[in-house]
Design a protein around this ligand. Structure first.
Ligand code: NOJ
Length: 584
């Protein structure tokens, strides 16, 4: 123990994750494309399907198996596609159904699986269903959540039926003049919530899944699952129950902010699981009936760990193949310690049910980009972490080459979450910085678009740092990423190996070992101090030389270089993947 200077905690965790036959998604690398910002093929300043088609070889080349497109359906774009006015049509600025079919075909020819974004909680208020509901058309009357509101005993005025707050701030109820009732919107005013207590809604939404399955789609990312159900009207009061204010309001003092209430009646109700299981039945049945590749469900749910485990299934029903694991995205930041990193790995691995796969998500279009959240110097370290854990890895487009958030001024802001704030506070809410255009090369608008104005500004310098430059460089974030995804594909240690970890004073090391005995050793020096590690002592039985297989850009090491296993210097903020090459 004496020689392990600086180690204040050692934790070993063995998690056997051996699976013999792998389906395409089970150890998969998934890539989220935000279509508006990926590649504009027609010069209108907005990314589109043909742009994605042009760049699909790139997606294949960086080692992906599945590609999830954020919504591309017809939409007035109040929430940039998460407000759909026709689930079966492609938004014209993104292209046509034929363009989508070409994209599916090309993806399949490259061995990629294409996943669409399914947004079942709400439609746009411009959806025909909502308009017919407003008009009291009998089939659609109860498609949404409507209520007369209540009369305020003091003022005599009509007011919303409950104190529920929208995710985008202010009341979740909006008065509709024509129908003379309030409707519920857990997100924007233009995003009325569907009523999942109406069996016709349930069936019509299943038909949306079938519509796209028939066109060859390989699965769905399901939006906002915890919001699908709300408490029903209380029969004694005839209205909906108010939600309690959070215990410690100092963490969220603004009464108009969603976080001000404890969402016991509007979030993660037990009914949500059965709906997810029903959707799984739809895609499983499709596979059986048409003998296709497995269709997968990826669910978006910011909810408790117990709920995420239940999303996988309940022992009788299967649920989500990939209940997004947001634990690290939500809870790790540039102040986190190595124990925090290890905790979140073991928390999931040790508690997930039998026969399912772990998944790891570090970024998406709703959160600041990795390099901005953890510091640019940790960009490779975070990718090494993501790509060397057992299970499924999900990468948000741009994070493979260390892309940072772009700068978006108040004047250029378009995200409804930003626009509902003000010039002084919008940056706290805005999701625009993580949605700025992709940096392809050093031409106009970073090669994203030839337009004079893009929907969001590029927002950062791209002259020397872009995909093309990183591809041409001797080494780069992108090259490191490709090395990592290649290893995941070729090395059984990564697809089937154990996770055995050692936690030190702000560094984490783990071993991934295949049944054959082949092992890789990972070191993540999360902290700001260099450390010297003795692998012989850390793992007890390692001796001899280690080969550097991959390491952070600023490590100063080359792949293939040999280092002594008893005195390896791990630099601050650097990650390393090593392989034992000889016994001493
Ligand atoms: C989650 C999506 O990721 C987010 O972008 C969107 O605003 C909400 N759901 C509403 O659909």
């Amino acid at each position: 123990m004496g020689k392990l200077l600086g180690i204040f905690l050692i934790a070993f965790a063995l998690c056997q994750v051996s699976h013999s036959e792998r389906d395409w998604w089970e150890n998969g690398n998934f890539y989220q494309i935000y279509p508006r910002s990926f590649k504009d093929s027609n010069g209108d300043g907005i990314g589109d399907l043909n742009g994605i088609l042009e760049k699909l070889d790139y997606v294949k080349d960086i080692g992906m198996d599945g590609v999830w497109l954020s919504p591309i359906f017809q939409s007035p774009m109040a929430d940039f596609g998460y407000d759909i006015s026709d689930y079966t049509k492609v938004q014209p600025e993104y292209g046509t159904t034929e363009d989508l079919e070409s994209l599916i075909e090309k993806a399949h020819s490259l061995g990629l699986h294409l996943i669409l974004d399914f947004v079942p909680n709400h439609t746009s208020d411009e959806h025909e269903w909502f308009q017919r509901s407003v008009a009291n058309d009998s089939y659609y009357r109860d498609f949404y959540i409507w209520h007369d509101g209540v009369i305020n005993a003091t003022t005599g005025e009509r007011q919303p039926p409950s104190n529920w707050i929208s995710q985008f701030r202010y009341s979740a109820w909006e008065w509709n003049e024509q129908r003379q009732q309030y409707y519920l919107h857990q997100f924007g005013i233009k995003q009325p919530d569907l009523n999942y207590r109406n069996p016709n809604v349930v069936e019509d939404m299943k038909n949306v899944l079938r519509f796209w399955l028939a066109r060859g789609i390989d699965g769905f990312r399901i939006d906002a699952v915890p919001f699908l159900f709300e408490a029903d009207v209380d029969p004694t009061t005839g209205t909906y129950p108010d939600e309690p204010v959070i215990a410690d309001t100092s963490s969220c003092p603004d009464p108009d902010d969603w976080c001000h209430l404890n969402h016991i009646y509007t979030n993660s109700l037990p009914e949500i699981f059965d709906i997810v299981y029903q959707w799984r039945e739809v895609v499983d049945q499709w596979k059986l009936e048409y003998d296709t590749d497995t269709k997968v469900l990826l669910t978006e749910a910011y909810t408790s760990f117990e709920n995420l485990m239940r999303m996988y299934g309940d022992g009788v029903h299967n649920g989500s193949n990939i209940p997004f694991n947001f634990e690290m995205m939500a809870d790790l930041n540039n102040q986190s310690t190595a124990s925090d990193y290890d905790y979140y790995v073991r928390h999931w691995l040790d508690n997930m049910p039998e026969g399912v796969y772990a998944n790891w998500v570090l970024g998406n279009h709703d959160n600041p980009r990795l390099a901005s959240r953890f510091g640019a110097q940790r960009a490779d370290l975070m990718n090494i972490f993501l790509q060397t854990l057992p299970g499924i890895a999900v990468t948000y487009n741009g994070e493979e080459y260390g892309l940072e958030d772009g700068y978006v001024s108040w004047e250029d802001s378009v995200d409804p979450q930003a626009c509902n704030a003000d010039p002084d506070t919008y940056q706290k809410y805005s999701r625009d910085p993580e949605r700025t255009p992709f940096l392809w090369d050093n031409t106009k608008n970073a090669g994203f678009s030839t337009a004079n104005r893009t929907w969001l500004p590029v927002g950062q310098s791209y002259e020397s740092n872009n995909v093309q430059a990183q591809e041409a460089a001797e080494n780069s974030h992108l090259k490191i990423f490709k090395k990592l995804t290649g290893l995941r594909k070729s090395e059984p240690a990564f697809s089937d190996g154990d996770y055995e970890s050692v936690v030190g004073d702000n560094w984490l090391s783990y071993r991934r070992q295949a049944a054959t005995g082949d092992a890789y050793y990972i070191i993540l020096n999360i902290g700001n101090q260099n450390v010297t590690l003795n692998f012989n002592e850390l793992y007890g039985y390692v001796s001899g030389k280690l080969e550097v297989v991959a390491s952070s850009l600023q490590s100063g090491l080359e792949n293939g270089q040999q280092v002594d296993s008893d005195s390896l210097e791990a630099k601050a903020y650097n990650g390393y993947v090593l392989r034992l090459i000889s016994e001493a």
